[in-house]
Design a protein around this ligand. Sequence first.
Ligand code: GLA
Length: 388
Amino acid sequence: MKVSLVAMVMIVVLPFNILAQKKADVALTPPMGWNSWNYFACDVSEALIKEMADAMAANGMAEVGYEYIVIDDCWQVSRDENGKIVEDPVRFPSGIKALADYVHSKGLKFGIYSDAGKRTCQERPGSLGYEEIDAKTYEEWGVDYLKYDWCHNGIFRTSKETYPTMAKALYELDRPILFSMCNWGRQKSWEWAGDYAHIWRTTHDIKPTFSGVSVFFLSVLRILDKQDGLEKHGGVNGWNDPDMLQVGNGDLTMDENQAHFALWSMLAAPLMAGNDLRNMPPDVLSILTNKEAIAINQDALGKQGYRLINGKDFNVYVKELSNDEWAVCLLNRGKAEQTIDFNFRDQLKLEQDFTVHNIWSNEDIGTSDATFKFDMPSHSVVFVRLRR
Ligand code: GLA
């Protein structure tokens, strides 16, 4: 009797263990790269993707850790008689494999997009019912990263029961593929997706604006506010994903671009640039390639930062780092400039003294027991590392 009870428990628990064991260690720190959606939407092509790979390899991004070039929706048009997915022959005349080879030849990794439903969000063929065939195709093509969306799933399936099918198909391959689950936070993705996904979206799509007015329009600040409390669910090899970067896009000012990048670094979010890498102003590039901000995002301890002070117009985020150091980000959310008196020792209840290092100006500005006076323009951050 006892034995069969153990067996029954094993039958119920085992499939999850097998999946968990097979999740490749490809996201020990949050993934960094570029994705086509935020700027180009459906207007993707082989030429464009190659130019992005060229840009990333040459402009300093690859040097500071960006590695994935990901084509989002609209590369696929149909399935052939064997069910194999077919790329758009006009936009991708050399085929996806040749494109992946090209991206690899630049020392970068290659990512692709599909959907857990019958069709993608842009009405292209989805992977439902074709998970194994698609996974094998990705392996054959040399895909390193799969973003997997949640459109056209009907009302009878939940993402919790649907996503493992593709995860399992991927883990049966010899090739490790990073699995990016894009179900917009449905069923509290953060509570269960870590069993098989490397990153999971926590919200609907980010828009290229810092502070929206409508509840249905997810600005940077609205997305930020939805991350409260999720910090305990993200960590090494399984990260909350507050969506891709809008740095350099839409109506974001330079202060807002900096704030967005600083906050996503604090959240240990995937750093997936979403702008046109070929034509970016130098100050946007310098934000995206700031080594110290990236070091905070990529810190090996893998702790997601959280909101310590939650005022209407003033917030403070803290992130624990390796070697007992801390990152701290002060945010002026308001429309007006604010002058803030801030003492790191008192506000963070620090038991030892630190050197306060300003990330953007790359200089030590004092010690943690001093009271600083920060003049903060609207939508700007003070972003520091407390060094021992
Ligand atoms: C959904 C996703 C976006 C993008 C589009 C593509 O909206 O959340 O990130 O992939 O689909 O159609």
